[in-house]
Ligand binder design. Structure first.
Ligand code: VG1
Ligand code: CO
Length: 543
């Protein structure tokens, strides 16, 4: 076997964000860009000689090229075995499961999640550790530091692997095993949920539509929903992964899934609609005449988890990202279990899950998951919803209304201002931060500020601190305004404004969300001047 050491010069922009290194495909296509980054990852790890590395991605443009490169660099660096999904495919949650199930040292997840794909779209690489979860900041910081000084990488001079052929091959001295991307994951789902009850639901005429958005969940949804659970053929739409996602934007929100939403608001439409994003870790849940806000979905799934066999003994605790609404907190309080508030990004849930302190985690960005893997999991959320619907024999709308009548409702919305000038966005956040000390106690109409801070997280398991995780302005009635900058964008800056108001169990639960939050929207503008400073009359996306 020939191991080549190739001289290279560092790039200055290989800083992993909220979820790996995401860049335009054209950035990744620069000579040595992929090689440098993967070598920087391996240079930041210890003890992987002879161990297993999992590789898979969401099938987007450049997946195939980057995977062949990754395999050759892994072989040259001394990994003993690579497990790779057939045709390079693995959803993010399935990759997490494969890492855990096969006791791998770690894995490379190739995805830019919900960002568009294709030659002009985005690409991404993320490293996950042996627990199956995204590498913690200690590692991502080390990777970035290494990437700034790297001067060579190692690669084997070997032919490409036939990614379409399941079974054993070699790259240099390293074993490469091409695996069925769905089998392990589908088997895991079967241990968690009452497949018999869900199959009976479909057999009884319950109808759903699942939009895989031409992305990774197609093969998983076909295999699980249609083949195993007996949902009629055609239940899964856009089920074949395409390198450019059919030209679409694989983000399962009300903007890109508007047609499904509108269908669910009609009498003729199905009973249940769901979708997942590019890499399969997000979920959209819509019942007939009822869109479920991700923050509410987290709370409802946690409150009802014990109805599924995998969680029948109850859950240990719940964790949510800071901008996610406090709806889940009320469930934790009632169940008498731990509740944790973490910074945005799944990597912060890993320690809590590993320590057994929480079972269910979620983010307002349509991510929910549990201790079954260490990533959020779109299909898992869909299956838990189906299990709950089957067990409670109620519609989504009834389940949501009963939840509010028990716990109260947290009206919630997120306003995104995408691709704004990075300088303006940073100054805006700096100026807002400077105002924080003077805000507590101030009254605006009937809203009184109780606290105002820049969120700093102290991990109770490893003792680490992550500062500057977003600005929180909390009010005495439980309302909140949160402002933070996205860490996943690839062009300019994206400002996220999160707004929340609590309405008690006996209060009004049928207001239109944007109207219910109007006073907070106005106050947020007054304090932050997002619209004035960016010159944007309205948000690019409202979720
Ligand atoms: C966004 C979401 C965050 C999510 C992250 C990755 O990050 O807000 O909740 O974990 O995307 O999700 P940011 O920094 O842009 O706000 V995914 O589905 O892109 O892996
Ligand atoms: Co995703």
């Amino acid at each position: 076997m020939t191991i080549q050491t190739i001289k290279t010069a560092p790039f200055d922009d290989q800083k992993p964000g909220t979820s790996g290194l995401r860049k335009r495909v054209t950035v990744y296509q620069q000579p040595h860009y992929v090689e440098n980054y993967i070598q920087a990852i391996f240079d930041s790890l210890e003890g992987f000689a002879g161990q297993t590395l999992v590789i898979g991605g969401d099938g987007r443009y450049y997946n195939d090229v980057a995977i062949q490169t990754a395999i050759k660099i892994a072989a040259a660096n001394g990994f003993g075995r690579v497990l790779v999904g057939q045709n390079g495919l693995l959803s993010t949650p399935a990759a997490s499961h494969v890492i855990r199930h096969h006791k791998a040292f770690g894995g490379l997840v190739l995805s830019a999640s919900h960002n568009p794909g294709g030659p002009d779209g985005d690409f991404g690489i993320k490293y996950n550790i042996s627990n199956g979860g995204p590498a913690p900041e200690k590692i991502t910081d080390a990777v970035y530091a290494r990437s700034k000084v790297i001067d060579s990488y190692k690669i084997v001079d070997a032919p490409d692997v036939a990614l379409d052929q399941i079974g054993l091959q070699r790259s240099g001295d390293m074993v490469v095993e091409v695996i069925d991307p769905v089998a392990d994951y589908a088997a895991l789902m079967e241990t968690l949920f009452d497949f018999g009850a869900i199959a009976a639901l479909f057999a009884g005429g319950f109808r759903m539509t699942f939009d895989a958005m031409h992305a990774i969940t197609g093969p998983y949804a076909h295999a699980i929903l249609e083949d195993r659970l007996g949902a009629p053929k055609g239940t899964v739409i856009n089920g074949t992964p395409l390198p450019d996602f059919g030209g679409g934007h694989p983000d399962p929100n009300l903007v890109y899934c508007k047609d499904m939403h509108d269908l669910l608001m009609t009498q003729e439409g199905p009973d249940f609609g769901a979708a997942s994003d590019g890499d399969g870790d997000r979920n959209l849940i819509i019942g007939k005449n009822r869109f479920v806000t991700p923050s509410d979905s987290l709370a409802i799934l946690a409150a009802n988890a014990a109805l599924a066999p995998g969680y029948a003994t109850g859950i240990a605790g719940i964790a949510r990202s800071m901008p996610t609404s406090a709806a889940a907190d009320r469930v934790a309080e009632k169940l008498g279990i731990e509740m944790h508030e973490t910074p945005t990004g799944w990597k912060f849930f890993g320690n809590l899950l590993d320590a057994g302190r929480v079972t269910i985690c979620g983010e307002e960005s349509a991510g929910t998951g549990s201790n079954h893997v260490r990533e959020k999991d779109g299909l898992w959320a869909v299956l838990l919803w189906l299990n709950i619907i089957a067990a409670r024999k109620q519609s989504v709308d009834e389940i949501v209304r009963e939840h509010w009548a028990t716990y109260g409702r947290n009206y919630y919305t997120r306003h995104d201002y995408e691709e704004v000038d990075a300088g303006i966005a940073n100054t805006l956040v700096d100026d807002l931060r400077a105002q924080l000390p003077g805000l507590p106690g101030q009254v605006f109409d009937d809203l009184q500020i109780a606290y105002a801070d820049d969120f700093s997280y102290h991990d109770p398991v490893d003792g680490s601190t992550s500062a500057k995780q977003g600005i929180r302005i909390g009010f005495t009635d439980g309302s909140r305004i949160v402002v933070r900058l996205s860490g996943t964008g690839t062009v300019g800056a994206t400002l996220r404004l999160y707004l929340e108001r609590y309405e008690a169990a006996d209060g009004r639960h049928d207001l239109e969300t944007q109207l219910a939050l109007e006073p907070l929207i106005v106050l947020a503008e007054q304090l932050s001047q997002v619209r004035a400073r960016t010159g944007r009359p309205e948000p690019s996306v409202i979720t």
